[in-house]
Design a binder for this molecule. Sequence first.
Ligand SMILES: Nc1ncnc2c1ncn2[C@@H]1O[C@H](COP(=O)(O)OP(=O)(O)OP(=O)(O)O)[C@@H](O)[C@H]1O
Length: 359
Amino acid sequence: MIEVKNLVKKYGDHVAVDHLTFTVEKGQIYGFLGPNGAGKSTTMNIMTGYIGATEGEVLIDGHDILKDAQEAKKCIGYLPEIPPVYPDMTVEEYLHFSAQLKGVKKSEQEAQIERVMKMTEVEDVAGRLIKNLSKGYRQRVGLAHAIMGFPPIIILDEPTVGLDPKQIIEIRQLIRELSKEHTIILSSHILSEISEICDYVMIIAHGKLIASDTTQNLTKMMQGQNIYNFLVKGEKDQVRQALEQIGGIEKIDINPYREENIVDVTVECSVEPAHDGRDVSADEESVKTTRRDYREEIFYALAHAECPMMASAKYVSLEDIFLELTEETDAQNINKKEKRRFLLKRPKAEEVQDNGSDL
Ligand SMILES: Nc1ncnc2c1ncn2[C@@H]1O[C@H](COP(=O)(O)OP(=O)(O)OP(=O)(O)O)[C@@H](O)[C@H]1O
């Protein structure tokens, strides 16, 4: 549906977008996640034809956004970071203007404006001047403009920024609703937002795509690192002894916790396939799904040593991935951390077998 190929945007010497390549498939919610200044808005502005690229190509349903802009733009509704609303128009006037601009048939305009106003809940302020609206309502009007004409792709740049918690929940609900019939791309620097709404995450830092996968897979693949963290009641040595009984644990880190007689434990386990007889070399999917899960073994080893687990073993979260990956690029050090390369290019089965720890 959208193909972005080798996209580069330079502002003078500054490279804001650095050879971005990705594809967006129909009917999913995609999230651009990245810290401030990562290049999210610039990428969205290029994808929607607001600004040109220095290099590269964007195809929207096969139409080049620069060479065949009119056709390409018909497929897209865009809410930029600052909604392009006219402050001296009333909401209703603006939405009439929007419907005309988007080429909605005259006979369908009234019905569509009504529907869009209902969806974005701006009916109450229909007669008010946009300049007198609160930030939340202005955002909704911008969103109403983006969905007017019901284009197949809706692109939203930081759609919930500046909204209060209630408004955030409402906008998220609307995005979910829209995703039933539209492909949605949204950007955010807030991880919880992306992981809550999006099916697919693209992590961007310094204009580069540094990770790209389903929200679920990103978390799952990070689990491949097999790092567990949990609280245990017991003496440090006793806990260590119990954990050392488990084959495959490579590193045990035990620290005091704020409660007496409880320790904070982090264990790093070797990455190896589960021993369930499945052929892990068959394909990448099976490698991911058959990775050995140590949680049960840890639980029973500790129980046997009479050191009860006080807080469950948890994997490293998507938040950790995001922070770690963006910090890596901050240090211009992404290549050094080869063990993360699966995030962009999954390892072949033979690599997994030769050197499982690479994962
Ligand atoms: N018109 C411009 N002229 C010069 N530099 C720009 C321009 N627009 C953006 N930049 C720079 O390009 C980089 C990417 O900016 P961009 O706005 O795309 O990031 P972003 O990920 O959307 O960040 P934010 O979440 O803060 O909006 C930043 O370093 C920014 O300062």
